[in-house]
Design a protein. Structure first.
Lengths: 96, 96, 96, 96
């Protein structure tokens, strides 16, 4: 089930498939840099739509061209499968 | 000045540098196809920010993964330099 | 089931609870006017998130401060319950 | 000029006309609560468009239905007129 808290071993294993993210304070974290605010905010809109589609939302902050995203599952008390699924969807949304 | 209506010759010359757009009913028109609605709408957000930045706005429609954009300068009674500038910014925003 | 095509009687009955919308060419249609482009596009973002949440998307167009939305269910070959649900969510999103 | 750093007296005077904001660490700060993520993010889109229009951008964070905005003028080394103008535009964007 998506909401179950993953064990440390599961988190380590899943993290290997997820370039760019690290674990900080028990959350999945990645910082992104864009060309300007317009590129940053249109990326955020894409992430917002992905989040709403899954009913699983990020903790995030934006300063001009930088966006930092933190993922956790409050109802699971830690990281769940849903965090890794949203992180993978976010990685797929990064302009190459 | 940006708002002056371009002559037919100027429109032809400017169009050569603008891949993907055509002239229909005196407007600059381009249709875009994306992977899904999420990709289409995040592109639209980028265009919306580019438009607001320039205070020059598109006529556009969206159906799921397709977006059609029409540009004209109502105050100039036709196409102006501002339409070509916005079209170039939109082209730069298309994910490659 | 949400995708079943509603009969004409069902459409009439459901329409009575839905202020502002009319039936045109078999689609649910409503036009909105806002103060400016910024208000129009932030409303569109709200509708886009509602649409993605339901996996049911509008046909819509925007010109500066005006937005026209058309709803239909292609898979049902006409109007379904999902169109009325999205229309009600859109009405709830209109700033009063 | 908009970029000049305001004195403490000017900041105090301007703050009186700006309900909801406080000064923290020399920045203008306001926290907002919305009904849900959809309402929060469509508000953020409105703020993003206001920011791009002015070429003056917030530092902000979002967790589900809450948005915290911090304003400062890095080029002025503190608060400038532009922060108060953006804050007033943000207040005007809050749904009543």
């Amino acid at each position: 089930m998506g909401q179950a808290r993953l064990t440390e071993e599961e988190v380590s294993a899943r993290s290997r498939d997820l370039p760019g993210w690290s674990i900080e304070d028990g959350k999945l974290v990645r910082a992104f840099q864009f060309e300007d605010f317009i590129a940053a905010f249109s990326f955020m809109t894409r992430v917002a739509l992905c989040a709403e589609q899954r009913n699983h939302h990020p903790e995030w902050e934006n300063v001009y061209n930088s966006v930092t995203i933190r993922l956790t599952s409050h109802d699971a008390g830690g990281l769940s499968e849903r965090d890794f699924e949203l992180a993978a969807a976010i990685n797929a949304a990064v302009p190459s």
